[in-house]
Design a protein around this ligand. Structure first.
Ligand SMILES: Nc1ncnc2c1ncn2[C@@H]1O[C@H](COP(=O)(O)OP(=O)(O)OP(=O)(O)O)[C@@H](O)[C@H]1O
Ligand SMILES: [Mg+2]
Length: 372
């Protein structure tokens, strides 16, 4: 999948732009506050219907306008062009169009344009609580298992009912919810475990290339002890009644990312954490491609920060080798000289919300050694 054309109207400081995009490297360079992250935000909005910076659309809409719009033309894996568009108003109205038809399911959008997002915020994949890592894992399950979203929605509904029943009802009525909760919960857990089995070899491969000296262990903790979910819920009932919520189940699962028995972020430096997070996202993209033949777009905000030059080059070499469409931002030209000499792409200059295509580059020099 790749975005061939992209149009933004009234998104933050960008008034109106149309970009013709390169299938590989798209570099957006410019000063602080010029609008680089806003371009990535626009692509994210088109793909997922929401910003990655805020839940409040009003802050994303240009201050002088009442609505924003993003339109894109996407080339799918068969070479067909799909048109996508989203409009958001200050009153909270959202209109999405897919192939010219109004579309009310944002999940249909997400499957058209699978994204991997890496921003300075994505450190929280390692440093925050299990919810972040569950979300990471679930992204992959969602793209390969078509029943997964429905199961998660059903599970959330049943969990709410059980939590309400814990506070009000006798044991018999709590048990009435549990049969279905157990069935759906175990299916979710099974799909996650199966997906992780397919993901781990890609994590190992990317980690070996990007962090060769650090042996990372990744494993799934299902969210309840090593029994059936039914037994775990029964054993936890008294405690859950006291707490007022359900303390076991796949909603408490964890994707543990460890190094020598410690959480990876407690051991790795900032740059190493960034490389590990990139390895995890590259693995997701590879697993998706292996399962569905669809390639991800990578949005990488401020790729150069935290990374020294050799690591930056290795990461870029890996990204280039995988043939993903890349959208990269940076504040300075210098770190990108080598990229322009080695790869094919397009550079854009961003200034006060205006974006100008400065030059294409064609990679005349041989690239540095890339992964097998
Ligand atoms: N709703 C809005 N309307 C108009 N301008 C806005 C709005 N929201 C933010 N801005 C401005 O838009 C600009 C876009 O910021 P953006 O985060 O895209 O910059 P950037 O190029 O990524 O900068 P940095 O290098 O500091 O990360 C900023 O100058 C910001 O003050
Ligand atoms: Mg920025």
């Amino acid at each position: 999948m790749r975005l061939t054309r992209f149009h933004i109207h009234a998104l933050r400081n960008i008034h109106e732009i149309t970009l013709t995009l390169h299938p590989h490297f798209n570099l957006f360079l410019g000063a602080n506050g010029s609008g680089k992250t806003s371009i990535l935000e626009g692509i994210h909005l088109l793909a997922l219907g929401r910003s990655f910076r805020t839940r409040q659309s009003q802050t994303v809409i240009n201050h002088q306008q009442n609505q924003l719009a993003c339109f894109g033309e996407v080339e799918d894996s068969f070479g067909a062009i799909i048109s996508m568009g989203i409009e958001k108003t200050r009153d909270g109205e959202v209109r999405c169009k897919l192939k010219g038809e109004l579309c009310d399911k944002l999940s249909q959008f997400a499957t058209q344009l699978p994204l991997q997002l890496l921003t300075p915020e994505t450190f929280k994949l390692l440093t925050a609580g299990p919810e972040e890592r569950r979300r990471f894992l679930d992204w992959g399950v969602f793209h390969v298992e078509h029943t997964f979203t429905g199961l998660c929605q059903r599970y959330q509904r049943l969990l709410k009912q059980r939590n309400a029943a814990l506070k009000q009802f006798p044991r018999s009525s709590i048990e009435a919810f549990e049969k279905e909760l157990v069935e759906v919960g175990e299916k979710i857990s099974h799909q996650r475990k199966q997906y992780l089995v397919s993901l781990i070899p890609f994590i190992v491969q990317a980690r070996e290339y990007l962090l060769p000296d650090h042996d990372i262990e990744v494993h799934y903790e299902q969210g309840w002890p090593n029994t059936t979910l039914e037994a775990a819920l029964r054993d936890a009932l008294k405690q859950d009644q006291r707490l007022g919520y359900t303390s076991v189940g796949p909603h408490r699962a964890e994707l543990a990312v460890n190094l020598k028995g410690f959480a990876a972020h407690q051991v790795l430096s900032r740059g190493q954490q960034k490389l590990l997070i990139c390895a995890l996202h590259l693995a997701q993209a590879k697993a998706l491609y292996a399962a569905t033949g669809r390639k991800c777009l990578f949005l990488i905000d401020d790729l150069a920060s935290e990374l020294d030059s050799p690591n930056r080059q290795r990461l870029i070499a890996y990204l280039a080798k995988e043939g993903h469409q890349l959208f990269l931002t940076g504040v300075e030209d210098a770190p990108w000289q080598a990229v322009c000499e080695q790869y094919e792409g397009q550079m854009f200059h961003v200034e006060h919300g205006n974006i100008t295509r400065t030059h294409g580059f064609t990679g005349l020099k041989a690239p540095i050694e890339s992964p097998a």
